[in-house]
Each structure stands twice: as structure tokens, then as C-alpha cells.
Design a protein around this ligand. Structure first.
Ligand SMILES: *Cc1c(COP(=O)(O)O)cnc(C)c1O
Length: 370
């Protein structure tokens, strides 16, 4: 048994090495090649959408989707306050204003009621985030968006394979965006994807991804586009991972069950909570200790680390960052400091998780015993 457990590490096997080697040998090392086509086709099938478009990373996927949807300076886009900062930053890149709203304490995802309250005449879109693998309440979000004529973009960067009412994320809004960073559910090294059923959106995003080059006149550009392409090398890794995603998804459920068996009996901590309509991708094992603050969390994480267990704090509220205005988001502010993520990668075995849980219990006693 290893003596140090990181929060995250990719599972790289023979298939990954074979596909990436094949891509390198083929000479198609930039953004043309068969793995790009395979990755897009297979990922669209996985999500149940007509189209999927690879991008250089998850952040560029969000930015590209927003630009392709016509989001621009003067617009407002509603985002949850508890998220990785990329969600808000990608909105800011367009010149639009990210409007941070509160979360639902159980799903940790955007509160539909809070999103509704934040709508103004300038609101153009809502971007729910399926945080730590739990899907946002898309039924409620879509109903609000429909009432107010807003576009819905799913930030599914952390939730490949998660479902609402039996439908996969990425297929539930106008478009979905995914990340394939090394710690995500599947990885391509760096990488991203936009999924959609909307052909015009797909074609617009595809054109903008390649400097908005005219499809009929080479090196002619009618507007300012981007180079947000993925390489065939990255896609080769992505295809190998996608071919293993069922195995990964099953293993993540097992890991969560083992954590529940090890820590679920404790009244002082709470693990991931699942809405009845949701299928969680369990990207991260979430452990909250109500009452924990930033300082005691620091000590707790230090004690865990001394026991060979890596952990990471929940995201800080995006609205607490100096570049964004403060937001009145009591749930986000209450929960953000009270949670950590524990080791959550698919190569963990049952005994590893049992060991982590025992060490976590001891670190809890050490840190919080009165
Ligand atoms: C990882 C992540 C992103 C950005 O993805 P990158 O590939 O790192 O650019 C966006 N949103 C959320 C919620 C993420 O977790």
C-alpha cells in the first residue's frame, strides 16, 4: 500500500500509451487527425448530443461557447458563487459581467430560486455548474430560462456522465462544456469540449475556434477568431480514456460507497448528498464539518497530510476574489469554509479507502477534540 494518497491522479494504462504513440507516429501531431474526429464523435454519443467540438481546455470551451452565443460587453451571465474560478473568468473574457448567486446547500450547485432573483433586463444567460460531479437542478433552471428568454450553458467540467432524470449532462442546456484536465473524470492532458444539438452554434464555434477562417476562402477572415484547437495527441489520450469511462464511473460509485462505510456513521461530518433525481459522477469526495472555519480547516488538512492523506479545500466564493464585486450569498459563504475533498481517483482500492477513512477519523480527533 502506498503511504501517500494524493487527492487526484489520472489512470493511465496500456491503451492510453498505445493510442498516443500511434498518434505521434502518424505524424498528425497538431489539430487534424483521426483521434480528433473519433473523440468528438464518441463524446457526442456519450452525452447524447448531435455535436461535440474539441477545444484546447475547459476554459476556452466556455469562452468559445459564450462568444458563439453572442454574449458580449453589457450582458450579464448568472453563475454560482461556489465554483472553480474559470466559470466566472470566461464570462469576464467576453466583456460581460458574471453575476454570482447562491447555491443550494445539498447539491452544492446553483440555487434556481437565487438565479431567478438575479435576473435583470441585461441578463442573457445562466451557467449552472455541476459541482464536484453532482448535476445542478436543470429542470428548474431550464424552466426559469424559458420564462425569461435566457440561454443555458452547462459547465459540466467536473461531471462527465452525471445525469438529471436519466439524461446525461451536456445535453440538458443549449450547450454543455467539459474539461479534460489531468484531475478530471477523464483526461486528455489539457483539453475541453462543447456539446450541443444546435447545428448553427456548433458551426459558429467551430469557425471561431480556427481564427474564424472562411470555410470557402482560405486565409480570409471576416471577424476576430481564436486558436482554441485541441491536438490529435491530446485527443488520442482522450479517446483511450473515453473507452474506459464506464469502468471509471462504476469505480467512482464504489469509492463513494467505501467512504460512506468508513465515515458515514459520524455525526460531526457530512459526505456528498445526492438529490433523488440526480446521478452523481462523484468527481470529488466531499467532506464537510459544519462549524469548521478557514483556520481550523488549515490545521485539519495539515494533520491529514502528516498522516499521508492529501486533501484540498472547497472552492472559495468567486465573489470574494478581489477582481469581482462582493455578493450576498450566505449558503456559499457558510459552506465554502467547512468542506474539503478527500482522495478521489479511480485507482483507489477498498483497502486504500478504509485506510484513508481511519486516518481521517484520527485527524478529526486530533484537530477538533476539546
Ligand atoms: C476545471 C474546470 C474548468 C476549466 O477547465 P480547464 O480545462 O482547467 O480550463 C471550468 N469549470 C469548472 C467548474 C472546472 O472545474
Amino acid at each position: 500500500m502506498t503511504s501517500f494518497f494524493p487527492v487526484s491522479q489520472p489512470s493511465i494504462g496500456d491503451k492510453e500509451i498505445a493510442y498516443v504513440s500511434d498518434a505521434v507516429r502518424s505524424g498528425w501531431v497538431s489539430s487534424l487527425g483521426r483521434y480528433i474526429e473519433d473523440f468528438e464523435r464518441q463524446f457526442a454519443a456519450f452525452c447524447g448530443t448531435r455535436f461535440a467540438l474539441t477545444t484546447s481546455n475547459g476554459t476556452t470551451a466556455i469562452h468559445l461557447a459564450l462568444v458563439a452565443l453572442g454574449i458580449k460587453a453589457g450582458d450579464e451571465v448568472i453563475v454560482p458563487d461556489l465554483t472553480f474560478i474559470a466559470t466566472a473568468n470566461a464570462v469576464a473574457y467576453t466583456g460581460a459581467t458574471p453575476v454570482m448567486v447562491d447555491i443550494d446547500a445539498d447539491t452544492l450547485c446553483i440555487s434556481p430560486a437565487a438565479a431567478k432573483r438575479a435576473i435583470t433586463p441585461r441578463t442573457r444567460a445562466i451557467m449552472p455548474v455541476h459541482l464536484y460531479g453532482h448535476p445542478a437542478d436543470m429542470e428548474a433552471i431550464n424552466a426559469i430560462a424559458k420564462d425569461h428568454g435566457l440561454v443555458v450553458i452547462e459547465d459540466a467540467a467536473e461531471a462527465h456522465g452525471a445525469e438529471c432524470h436519466g439524461k446525461r449532462v451536456g445535453s440538458l442546456g443549449r450547450c454543455g462544456v467539459f474539461s479534460f484536465y489531468g484531475n478530471k473524470v477523464i483526461t486528455s492532458g489539457e483539453g475541453g469540449m462543447i456539446t450541443t444539438d444546435d447545428e448553427l452554434l456548433y458551426l459558429t464555434a467551430k469557425r471561431l475556434r480556427d481564427h474564424a477562417m472562411s470555410p470557402t476562402k482560405r486565409y480570409w477572415h471576416e471577424e476576430i477568431g481564436y486558436n482554441y484547437r485541441m491536438t490529435n495527441l491530446q485527443a488520442a489520450l482522450g479517446v483511450a480514456q473515453l473507452e474506459r469511462i464506464d469502468e471509471f464511473m462504476t469505480r467512482r460509485r464504489d469509492i463513494m460507497d467505501w467512504y460512506r462505510a468508513g465515515l458515514g456513521h459520524r455525526s460531526d461530518v457530512r459526505l456528498n448528498r445526492d438529490a433523488p433525481w440526480a446521478r452523481n459522477a462523484y468527481w470529488m469526495v466531499c467532506m464537510e464539518r459544519p462549524g469548521m472555519d478557514d483556520e481550523s480547516r488549515q490545521q485539519f488538512m495539515k494533520n491529514l497530510r502528516a498522516r499521508g492523506i492529501d486533501s484540498r479545500p472547497y472552492f472559495y466564493p468567486a465573489s470574494d476574489m478581489p477582481m469581482y464585486p462582493n455578493a450576498d450569498t450566505p449558503q456559499t459563504h457558510g459552506i465554502s469554509h467547512s468542506g474539503i475533498n478527500l482522495p478521489s481517483y479511480v485507482d483507489l482500492g477498498r483497502e486504500d479507502v478504509q485506510h484513508i477513512c481511519r486516518q481521517t477519523e484520527m485527524a478529526l480527533e486530533e484537530t477538533f477534540a476539546r
